[in-house]
Ligand binder design. Structure first.
Ligand SMILES: Cc1cc2nc3c(=O)[nH]c(=O)nc-3n(C[C@H](O)[C@H](O)[C@H](O)COP(=O)(O)OP(=O)(O)OC[C@H]3O[C@@H](n4cnc5c(N)ncnc54)[C@H](O)[C@@H]3O)c2cc1C
Length: 260
């Protein structure tokens, strides 16, 4: 495998830092190539602005066309082009981050905002009566796999069906489906560690063992069975799931997963 680890934590000696280091060591020992984008160490610029697009920035700034024009011309900033090149190099992408306010840290969201540019992450492929662009199962990153490795402060019960935070699969759906599956990545079930603010050495050892097992099965793990957009499950252009295709009892985000 060629694995890119996108890592977002300000403290190298953090739990997230340890999990990232474990991933690098485990994958390299198994003979895989690994590259790491350590966003804090890179002082990653998280905010999109006109400087991202140089002479292709429209005035007033309209982000989508500016982003697409700069991408087409090969003149997006060097930091963004380097991350796009890493994504195209990789066959597997690991995102290592703590859950902050129900989602990823802002620096990582800013990585997505800037790296998944128009004509790279979105705005790809034709739109016609049967095909609504290359996305949700197709797109630039098709053929690659991704996995979230997330540490969470609250205990697991808070993230279950009746838990106060809502089910973890619902909280992660915007990342899994809206960010990763959208440009074509196959999304593996996440590795989630709960109750991480107070963990003992024994709990860390157990977590490290489970993460190692997941790392060594990344190539063979079955992705989440999200429905592909252009292959008959959705009406086009409304993009509503066709009547009768839902699994019994499925509603909300779960409608877009075709198997248990
Ligand atoms: C802004 C913000 C928003 C948040 N929002 C949410 C939220 O919405 N929902 C939620 O549930 N939680 C939330 N949290 C909590 C957050 O998810 C946890 O604090 C985080 O996941 C812990 O990861 P860390 O890498 O920062 O841990 P650290 O603070 O680095 O470590 C956590 C524990 O692991 C131990 N540890 C670290 N490394 C090792 C090692 N190598 N070996 C053994 N033990 C180790 C540490 O000693 C410590 O006890 C939020 C926190 C912040 C700061």
């Amino acid at each position: 495998m060629k694995t890119l680890i996108v890592y977002a934590h300000p403290e190298p000696r953090s739990l997230n830092g340890s999990l990232k280091d474990l991933a690098v060591a485990t994958l390299e020992a198994a003979g895989h190539e690994v590259r790491v984008s350590d966003l804090y160490a890179m002082n990653w610029k998280a905010a999109v602005d006109a400087a991202d697009f140089g002479e292709h920035a429209t005035s007033p700034l309209r982000v989508i066309p500016s982003s697409g024009a700069a991408f087409d011309a090969g003149t997006l900033t060097a930091d963004v082009r380097a991350e796009q090149e890493k994504l195209l190099w990789a066959d597997t992408v690991i995102f290592q981050f703590p859950m902050w306010w129900y989602t990823m840290p802002a620096i990582l969201k800013g990585w997505v905002d800037r790296v998944f540019s128009f004509h790279f992450g979105y705005g790809v492929g034709v739109h016609d009566e049967t095909h609504y662009g290359d996305r949700f199962g197709e797109g630039t990153l098709h053929g690659r796999r991704a996995i979230l490795s997330v540490t969470v402060g609250g205990p697991e019960s808070h993230y279950t069906d009746r838990g106060i935070n809502g089910p973890i699969e619902d909280l992660l759906f915007p990342i899994h489906h809206g960010i990763l599956y959208y440009p074509g990545l196959d999304v593996l079930p996440p590795f989630v560690l709960y109750g991480t603010d107070r963990i003992t050495d024994g709990e860390f050892e157990d977590a490290a063992k489970r993460w190692t097992e997941r790392l060594l099965s990344l190539e063979t793990a079955t992705p989440i069975a999200f429905r592909r957009q252009n292959f008959g499950d959705y009406e086009i252009p409304s993009l509503r799931l066709k009547e009768g295709l839902e699994l019994p009892g499925r509603h909300g985000f779960g409608l877009h997963v075709r198997e248990r």
